[in-house]
Design a protein around this ligand. Structure first.
Ligand SMILES: Nc1ncnc2c1ncn2[C@@H]1O[C@H](COP(=O)(O)OP(=O)(O)O)[C@@H](O)[C@H]1O
Ligand SMILES: Cc1cn([C@H]2C[C@H](O)[C@@H](COP(=O)(O)OP(=O)(O)O)O2)c(=O)[nH]c1=O
Ligand SMILES: [Mg+2]
Length: 693
């Protein structure tokens, strides 16, 4: 069963955004409503960190008996912060989608402020734990409401910049909070001389300041207008159905599933690193300073990745970028595990942080771009709860696993021994898992199947227009060969056969299939010598082709038609590159620019010696036909070389045979191709029933 509104629930952008993503940070902050949300977010994240510091400090103070008890109290705080996610996240998602998101944020902020104020006043450990649990539960309602709101305030092309700012602010406020906490501790000490209360409750100031940040955040949000789409749809059903619908959506939508799996892989690996970093560093023979260095490296990398990564690869499909960065993070973790040298480890850790930062930002952006408003809250809530669940599981399991593995000695040669700690071995495994998961997620949601990743990445780095989305419907066949090889004859026969089999067939040619193209054709084939230079000739053919693809070929393929073109890119390679001796790679680049990378499924080359072809000619020769025999020999070789390089995409026929023989060979090959692709369940391909031979 498919999810009811899948096509509407996904707001499809296409992987190559129509408008390039705009990473101008100042620009996005000029959007007043987003700026207000961001200010509020900055204050509440500052408050969050401050609260975490204050609460853990207070938990330790309230349990003065023994250091073991203190550890338990602190661990208890962490566990209490994670548990609500499991219980409430799904409900929080439904709330974020059904209710007014602004009200949700304001109410949760005010309630959190109240709880923070109450902690030092009640002053007991049990209340501290209860309040922590409640605060975390409230945050769970606040987060999906906030995440789902960002795409409503910011135009799509600025969404990624908005996410970058939000994430960097959320994590960047941690050191600021630590600084404030230290200052507050000093003030508290001074106040303690006059008021007994501050001696017994040293974390109170931090908690109250924290409460103030939440009140401020609430006041800021209260003034915000949040436009919503389609809330009515979510409200039309009962909450229970909303919940089930949210789960189904996540489980049945490939992008979201791929995203979730990728994020879980990344967080599992990340959790392992956090949990085992101290042991791992000890295994390297580096103590606390090494640990600090490694932590710093992760944060520097994360910040770099969040800020620079998306900009560096602005033109790349976000789905590809997301999965790729998770694979990279996994591989980097494996490298870190096997090289037991601190400087190398630190360097790779920066890279690891970078890859994770990119994955994080793009993951959020993808949800914002591709999930429709009324399901977004539930999607974010789901991601949140799964991430936390994974973290708890991994944090609990990885130390035990590392202990069970123990030290492993590796002997590259007889007299050399490299010792690996259990932590290193677990890192290796976690890295492999993350890489595999990233690869799986890539396969799952790749939206540019058929376009090489390397190609996409290089053109993104070079700031070239990315190749267009691959065509997944219709069939694209090209006939190539010298003048008089018999192309027009064969095109007509193939078209007739395909039409008889029930296909919509579009027959077209180059140059001159469009109004612009016909004018270009006149210039190109005029026998009167206008002194056209080879480069300008190449550009005119490319201009004709660009118009041809845009006006004729792409629309027909999108309808699911079979397009047969008499000449295409290979003619330019053969005539302009091989014939006119221009650079083949220049011509190739020019053609890619003109076609945005659209290539035929199959190219049929009719191969004939130019002398034979010239004898078939009935009309007087045009400008190109008038070229020398050497020229036409080079052209012929140009076609054959090209076909030899990618034999699977070409079918070379000896065109000295009779037309009937050639047709038979061509029909057989085309029928085979269509059967193959019908077997491969190519979406949209027209395969009328009863037409298989
Ligand atoms: N296999 C063949 N053997 C002999 N003559 C052919 C063959 N195919 C086509 N012809 C003839 O050669 C001439 C050029 O054919 P055409 O299909 O227009 O070639 P192209 O489109 O490649 O220039 C036409 O007069 C056509 O009837
Ligand atoms: C499409 C294309 C054609 N040409 C030349 C080849 C042909 O001589 C001419 C097109 O003429 P046309 O009469 O359409 O071809 P044919 O004689 O094979 O039926 O343009 C190029 O040089 N470069 C190209 O990219
Ligand atoms: Mg022809």
């Amino acid at each position: 069963m498919r999810f009811r509104g899948e096509s509407e629930a996904l707001t499809r952008v296409g992987n190559v955004p129509d408008q390039p993503l705009d990473h101008d940070v100042r620009g996005v902050l000029q959007i007043a409503p987003f700026r207000r949300l961001w200010i509020s977010l900055s204050f509440s994240s500052l408050g969050d960190w401050l609260g975490l510091l204050a609460i853990t400090a207070m938990a330790a103070e309230l349990t003065t008996d023994s250091s073991a008890d203190q550890n338990y109290a602190v661990a208890g705080v962490f566990i209490l912060r994670l548990i609500p996610a499991l219980l409430f996240a799904p409900i929080a998602g439904v709330v974020a989608d059904r209710l007014d998101r602004r009200m949700t944020m304001v109410v949760t902020d005010v309630l959190r402020a109240g709880l923070f104020v109450s902690i030092p006043i009640v002053g007991s450990l049990w209340w501290l734990l209860v309040a922590t649990f409640l605060i975390e539960a409230l945050s769970l309602f606040w987060i999906p409401a906030k995440e789902a709101t960002v795409p409503n305030l910011v135009p799509r092309e600025r969404l990624e910049a908005a996410n970058q700012i939000s994430l960097v602010t959320a994590y960047g406020s941690a050191p600021v909070a630590a600084g404030i906490f230290t200052v507050l501790s000093l003030i508290t000490a001074a106040l303690g001389a006059r008021f007994e209360f501050f001696v017994t409750h040293p974390a109170s100031l931090a908690l109250w300041l924290n409460a103030a940040t939440f009140l401020f955040a609430a006041a800021t949000i209260a003034t915000l207008e949040i436009p919503r789409d389609n809330v009515e749809r979510a409200k039309a059903e009962n909450p229970w159905r909303n919940l089930v619908e949210g789960w189904k959506f996540v489980a049945q939508t490939p992008v979201v599933r791929g995203l979730l799996i990728g994020m879980l892989g990344a967080f599992a690996a990340g959790g392992t690193v956090v949990g085992l970093a101290p042991t791992f560093v000890r295994g390297l023979g580096a103590g606390n300073p090494g640990y600090g260095l490694l932590f710093g490296a992760v944060f520097v990398g994360l910040a770099l990745g969040m800020l620079l990564g998306p900009r560096l690869l602005a033109g790349l499909s976000r789905r590809r970028l997301f999965a790729m960065s998770i694979v990279a993070a996994g591989l980097l973790l494996m490298v870190i595990a096997v090289i037991p040298e601190l400087p190398v480890v630190v360097l790779f850790t920066v890279a690891l942080g970078l890859a994770s930062g990119v994955a994080w930002v793009t993951g959020y952006t993808l949800i914002g771009l591709e999930v429709a408003d009324e399901l977004r809250g539930r999607t974010f809530a789901f991601v949140q709860s799964m991430v936390r669940l994974t973290l708890v599981a991994v944090l609990a399991a990885s130390p035990a696993l590392a202990g069970a593995v123990g030290r492993v000695d590796f002997h590259p040669t007889d007299d050399v021994t490299v010792a690996y700690s259990g932590a290193a071995v677990v890192f290796l495994g976690a890295g492999a898992v993350a890489a595999a998961v990233g690869f799986f997620s890539y396969r799952h949601m790749d939206d540019r199947k058929g376009i090489s990743l390397v190609r996409d990445v290089t053109s993104a780095l070079r700031r070239e227009t990315p190749l267009a989305d691959p065509i997944t419907s219709g069939f694209f066949l090209a006939f190539e060969g010298g003048d008089g090889a018999g192309k027009s004859t064969q095109v007509a026969r193939l078209a007739e056969w395909l039409t008889a089999r029930g296909h919509e067939v579009v027959v077209t040619r180059e140059p001159g299939a469009t109004a612009i193209g016909r004018r270009l054709r006149q210039m190109l084939l005029d026998t009167q010598d206008l002194g056209l230079s080879p480069r300008s000739e190449a550009l005119l053919y490319a201009a004709d082709r660009a118009q041809h693809v845009e006006e004729v070929i792409r629309p027909a393929l999108e309808r699911g038609a079979v397009v047969i073109t008499d000449r295409y890119v290979d003619s330019s390679i053969a005539y302009q590159a091989a014939g006119r001796a221009l650079s083949a790679s220049d011509i190739e680049r020019l053609s890619r620019f003109a076609t945005r990378g659209l290539m035929p499924t199959l190219t049929i080359v009719l191969d004939v010696p130019p002398e034979v072809a010239a004898e078939r000619r009935l009309l007087p020769p045009d400008r190109i036909e008038s070229e020398s025999m050497e020229f036409h020999h080079r052209v012929r070789q140009g076609f054959l070389d090209r076909a030899a390089r990618r034999p699977r995409a070409y079918f070379v026929v000896d065109a000295t045979k009779t037309p009937t023989e050639i047709t038979a060979a061509v029909l057989q090959r085309v029928a085979q191709l269509m059967d193959e692709s019908a077997g491969a369940q190519r979406p949209g391909s027209q395969q009328p029933e009863g037409s298989t031979p």
